[in-house]
Design a protein. Structure first.
Length: 325
């Protein structure tokens, strides 16, 4: 997904973002700031849209009007690649994927994206192994011989499924993989054409809510010695509880995993812009919390949690002012 934008100032085409200059007679430049999110069935997209509106309404840069937009995308791996190529100004990326992209390991083997910079941590993304209640799948090992969606090959979800299979003494040959998006996989589960979907997203996840509202579902626990083994190689995955009542019919707490989502950018975005958007986010978390459940989990005191890549200087300036280290 190549994103190409031009800036228009009172109908005059200007240079691409970060290369704008004030034009005589105009009160302010208009600068567009993109946020790469995910598919419409996950959490990245709706939260990104709300964040874009928040930035457009509250971010302050002298002589500049900042207009933010949320772009649909293919989630963490694709978003990290966009940042590495400098094709978008910011993106939501899972902490483990961002770390791998910067270092050039795992899915990014041999191609480090050293221009990636962090803005700050957002919220924990919950790993949800979703099945219909009548599927007969109660543990991860029950997936043997079943169909499961893990997202596109090379994605973070695809990598996680491989890691989960290995930690449980299984291989990809033990399951039949489907590469659908969250929304597509849920539709297939509804129709009986797919047994399970592995979804890592903020909970409640809209596509899972949709499934639960029409069918009895089960969130399969991810716990025990096999998960402890996974965490030896994927330390970003923390133990988590999906609270009972998150979805219709899911009355009990479910032990699973979570990884924090990171808002990231790249080194070529100006310090002024990143300072402004960082401030806009962390000084308006209450507003986000009022319109999306995950907004309640974003806080300044957690802004540097799970951040392992260099901070953008603009974000670092804001945290220094606030005494956050």
């Amino acid at each position: 997904m190549k994103l190409s934008r031009r800036i228009f100032l009172s109908g005059v085409a200007a240079a691409p973002l970060l290369q704008t200059t004030a034009l005589p007679g105009l009160a302010a430049d208009r600068v567009f700031f993109g946020i790469a999110t995910g598919g419409t069935g996950g959490t990245y997209y709706p939260l990104g849209g709300m964040l874009a509106q928040l930035i457009s309404n509250t971010a302050e840069i002298p002589d500049t009007k900042l207009s933010a937009t949320a772009e649909t995308g293919n989630a963490s791996v694709a978003n990290a690649q966009l940042l590495g190529r400098g094709e978008i100004e910011s993106a939501f990326v899972a902490a483990d994927i961002l770390d791998a992209a910067y270092k050039g390991i795992n899915q990014f083997d041999g191609t480090p994206n050293e221009n990636i910079r962090a803005i700050g941590a957002l919220y924990p993304e919950t790993v949800q192994l979703v099945v219909r209640a009548d599927s007969g799948i109660e543990t991860f090992k029950d997936l043997k011989g079943k169909t499961i969606s893990s997202g596109s090959p090379g994605s973070g979800q695809w990598q996680l499924l491989g890691d989960l299979l290995e930690s449980h003494g299984m291989t990809r040959e033990d399951v039949s993989e489907d590469f659908s998006s969250f929304s597509q996989s849920v539709d297939k589960i509804k129709d009986g054409n797919l047994d399970a979907s592995l979804i890592t997203a903020g909970s409640p996840t809209s596509s899972v809510t949709d499934l639960a509202n029409g069918h009895e579902i089960r969130i399969v626990p991810l716990n025990g010695p096999a998960i402890a083994k996974l965490q030896e190689t994927q330390p970003y995955y923390a133990n988590a509880i999906l609270a009972g009542g998150t979805y219709k019919g899911q009355d009990d707490d479910v032990e699973t995993l979570a990884v924090r989502a990171i808002w990231a950018t790249h080194a070529d975005v100006s310090d002024d812009i990143i300072y402004a958007v960082t401030k806009a986010l962390y000084e308006n978390t209450e507003t986000l919390g009022n319109v999306h459940p995950k907004g309640k989990e974003i806080s300044l005191d957690k802004a540097l949690e799970s951040v392992s890549v260099p901070l953008h200087p603009g974000a670092e300036k804001y945290y220094t002012e606030k005494g956050i280290k």
